[in-house]
Each structure stands twice: as structure tokens, then as C-alpha cells.
Design a protein around this ligand. Structure first.
Ligand SMILES: NC(=O)c1ccc[n+]([C@@H]2O[C@H](COP(=O)([O-])OP(=O)(O)OC[C@H]3O[C@@H](n4cnc5c(N)ncnc54)[C@H](O)[C@@H]3O)[C@@H](O)[C@H]2O)c1
Length: 413
């Protein structure tokens, strides 16, 4: 068997996962071709403009200038690669069930160009069996006749956008290969990029582990959101309760309340788990319940915020601070602030938003932090927000993020 030694990596999907992976691979000495179907994005990236916060324009520019990175819409470019990773979205469909259509489309698009001896890895989050039952049959059907030996693995991405500590390099990487050769190659590929690779016995274990990780967060966030409502009903400060519980040195991990869950992972991946359960005749009712609690949180927050002005203003002007789903990112996918805004509007409020990391949101533009309002909600505190200016207004503020600012007009959720 002829070993392929070229260090060219093709990454399908140049978003929050694919682009940081590209930069980490460049850093590790790989030549990377980033394939994406979104032409405007490819053009912007090739001109040195990074679409995401975790990759700087300088970093991108340098990788392009020294020839170690380029983006393209041309799938034929994967022919040069010894490793291909799939980093495309796996959202929910209208029925809130797994939508793996982009993953399947990517597999079909790349398959005709794969060279013999290539390793193909799926990094996209999906239910157990996605690699073995969906992707491999598609690729095997469409691959060139001479691509006899292909290797397959799943290595779910764990990147946490906006995280200044944990990144592609220092986050341990799970790798599950379809067979021993695939596993060995995948481990060796990730070992060239990451400090620690954790081989597991099958792609299904890696796929299920990823769903478990994110479902763990969903359930714990729901628990603390529910405890928040229990504490508030009896005038107890939930954050003090959390701080107190967190002094226990084992068996407890503090989670904080908030407007709900957002982004591409926490609201989505657990529903891949519940769907997978249903397919196998198991109802994951704890997860369903957690999903419901979090989904209702924006309405609870809206009510708590409006209670601060106690019906004294007929159509209050309400400013939402931070509409991205978490600090440090401009990502508004699945953001719970959408439901918060809708609920406030339905209650008759005039709602505006401010977020230094988001340019436009749902076709609307933001207002300045000095917007004249009756009430403000700290939904997500972003770097660069001039919080002191809003505190100085003296209006009631609902602080949903335990911001640690001290002001008599600040009310914790
Ligand atoms: N964003 C996160 O924090 C995160 C963390 C861990 C895992 N994940 C998982 O990683 C995967 C990718 O997520 P993301 O956040 O990077 O998505 P993203 O939307 O930021 O980027 C995906 C890119 O894929 C492109 N794309 C879509 N279909 C394509 C196709 N057929 N061929 C080529 N490109 C295509 C899109 O144009 C987009 O640029 C998902 O499965 C997600 O669940 C995301």
C-alpha cells in the first residue's frame, strides 16, 4: 500500500469551525485549501478579511501571503489533499429534527475528486451512525474508480468561539476511526495539530460523546434557570445560592442563569440526541424538558424586566444590551434574545438593541448605548460595551448575566 506523505489538508466549510482549524493546521506546517460554497465568503477570506472573531485578519493575511492557505469554491481542489475534513453546518429542520443535508451535499460534492489513500474526517456534530451509515456510502458510491483505499473517521469539533483559553491546539480531540488504519491515520493527523488526541473505539462513540457534552450543558443550564425561578418566587438571590453551592469541592459545577441558550450547538445538538433516541425507541424526556425550560426563559426574563417598571409606563422603551448568544462573539444564530425581543414587543414595548459585535440583526440596525429608554436588559455583556454610560442613566436594569457591576438601579435575574 503506497503511503501518501503530502501535508495538504482540504477543509470543507470555512466557518466558526473550519477557519480556525485551517489556521491551526497552517501553524502546524500544513498547506490548507478551504472549500466553501458561499462565494462571497470565499472572496472576502481570500482578500484577508476574516468572517469570525477567533481568526484575525493579520493571521489570515499572513497564511495567504506565504502560500499556506487559500479558500476556494472549487471542490476539485480536494484532489491535492491527503486529508479532508468536513466542517459544515448540521442545524435543525422546520420540525426541529436533525438536518444533515449540508453534510450529505458536501460528501457528494467532494467524492468525485478524492485521491486514493485519503483520510476523510467528519468534524460536524451529528447523531451516532452519521459517518458509517450516511457519509461513507455516499462517498464510496461517487468516488473515482482509482480511489480504492480511503480512510474514515469522526473527530467532533469542540471549539468554543470567543474562548481565550481553550482552542484547537490545547483542547483534547476525540477521534473514532472506522477501522484500525483509519484510526491510526486520524490520530496521527490530529496529533500534528493538537496537544492531546483521545482515540475511541468507534466513530459512533465519538459522535455520541459530542452529543453528551452539549446535552450536559443544556440540562444544567435548564436546571439553573429553573432554580432561578424558584429562588425569585421566594425573594432569594440565586447567584448567592450558586456561589454557596460552588464551595463544595466535589460533585458540583456552577452554571449561571441567563436569557436562554443560543448558538449553533447547545440548543441544537441535544435535539440530535433526542431524535437518535426516538429512532431507537427511547424517549429522552429529561432532555425534552430541559429544552422546554430554556425555550421559555426569554418570556420569563421579559416579564421580570417589565415588572421593574410595574406597569407605570404604557409603551416602555426597552434597550436590550447584547444580542449575540454569548460574550465575545457576533453570532446571532438561535439567539434567545430574538424571543426576548418578540415577547417585549408583544407586551407593547418599543424595543431597541445594542451590540458592538453585531452589525445587523434580523434586518434591523442597532442603536447607540445612549438611546433614550425606560428600561434596559443586560442580556449579554460584550467587550467594548460602555456599561458605565447606561448605569449613569439611573433607569431600572435587569442584569441577566451577573455582571458584577454595582449600581442601585441594577437588579439581578
Ligand atoms: N460554532 C461552534 O461553536 C461549533 C462548535 C463545535 C462544533 N460545531 C459544529 O461544527 C459544524 C460547523 O459549524 P460552524 O459553526 O463552523 O458553521 P458555520 O455556519 O460557521 O460554517 C459552515 C460553513 O460551511 C459552508 N457550507 C455549507 N454547506 C457547504 C457545502 N456543501 N460545501 C462546502 N461548504 C459548505 C457554509 O457556507 C459556512 O461557511 C456544525 O456541525 C456544528 O454543530 C460548531
Amino acid at each position: 500500500m503506497k503511503e501518501k506523505l503530502n501535508r495538504t489538508l482540504a477543509i470543507i466549510g470555512q466557518g466558526y469551525v473550519g477557519l480556525p482549524l485551517a489556521m491551526a493546521a497552517v501553524e502546524a506546517g500544513w498547506t490548507v485549501v478551504g472549500v466553501d460554497i458561499f462565494e462571497e465568503k470565499v472572496t472576502a477570506i481570500n482578500s484577508g478579511l476574516s468572517p469570525i472573531e477567533d481568526v484575525s485578519n493579520e493571521q489570515l493575511h499572513e497564511a495567504i501571503a506565504n502560500g499556506s492557505y487559500s479558500a476556494t469554491t472549487d471542490f476539485a481542489q480536494v484532489a491535492k489533499a491527503s486529508v479532508i475534513t468536513l466542517c459544515v453546518p448540521t442545524p435543525l429542520n422546520a420540525k426541529r429534527e436533525p438536518d444533515v443535508s449540508m453534510l450529505l451535499a458536501a460528501a457528494k460534492q467532494l467524492a468525485p475528486y478524492i485521491a486514493n489513500e485519503t483520510l476523510i474526517v467528519s468534524e460536524s456534530t451529528s447523531f451516532p451512525g452519521t459517518l458509517r451509515k450516511l457519509l461513507i456510502p455516499e462517498i464510496e458510491l461517487l468516488k473515482p474508480a482509482d480511489a480504492k483505499n480511503l480512510y474514515y473517521a469522526t473527530a467532533p469539533e469542540r471549539v468554543n468561539p470567543g474562548d481565550l483559553i481553550w482552542n484547537q491546539k490545547n483542547t483534547p480531540r476525540l477521534v473514532g476511526g472506522i477501522d484500525q488504519n483509519s484510526r491510526t491515520r486520524a490520530v496521527s493527523f490530529y496529533a500534528s495539530i493538537c496537544d492531546e488526541v483521545v482515540p475511541v473505539n468507534s466513530p459512533e462513540i465519538a459522535e455520541a460523546a459530542k452529543l453528551l457534552e452539549n446535552t450536559f450543558r443544556l440540562v444544567n443550564i435548564a436546571l439553573i434557570n429553573q432554580v432561578t425561578q424558584l429562588c425569585a418566587a421566594d425573594s432569594i438571590d440565586v447567584n448567592e445560592v450558586i456561589d454557596a453551592a460552588a464551595t463544595k469541592p466535589y460533585g458540583y459545577m456552577p452554571f449561571r442563569p441567563g436569557v436562554g441558550v443560543g448558538g449553533h450547538c447547545i440548543p441544537v445538538d441535544p435535539l440530535y440526541l433526542t431524535w437518535w433516541g426516538r429512532e431507537n425507541g427511547v424517549v429522552a424526556d429529561l432532555v425534552n424538558s430541559a429544552d422546554t425550560i430554556n425555550a421559555e426563559m426569554p418570556r420569563y426574563v421579559a416579564q421580570r424586566a417589565l415588572n421593574l417598571i410595574d406597569g407605570t409606563i404604557k409603551n416602555p422603551r426597552v434597550l436590550i444590551l447584547g444580542v449575540a448568544y454569548k460574550p465575545g462573539v457576533g453570532d446571532v444564530r438561535e439567539t434567545p434574545m430574538k424571543e426576548l425581543r418578540n415577547t417585549l414587543t408583544n407586551f407593547g414595548a418599543e424595543v431597541a438593541w445594542h451590540d458592538p459585535l453585531v452589525s445587523t440583526w434580523e434586518g434591523t440596525s442597532q442603536v447607540g448605548i445612549d438611546w433614550d429608554c425606560d428600561l434596559a436588559i443586560f442580556a449579554n455583556i460584550q467587550p467594548g460595551m460602555d456599561i458605565k454610560r447606561i448605569l449613569a442613566k439611573g433607569i431600572p436594569i435587569l442584569d441577566c448575566v451577573n455582571s458584577q457591576f454595582k449600581s442601585p438601579n441594577l437588579n439581578l435575574l
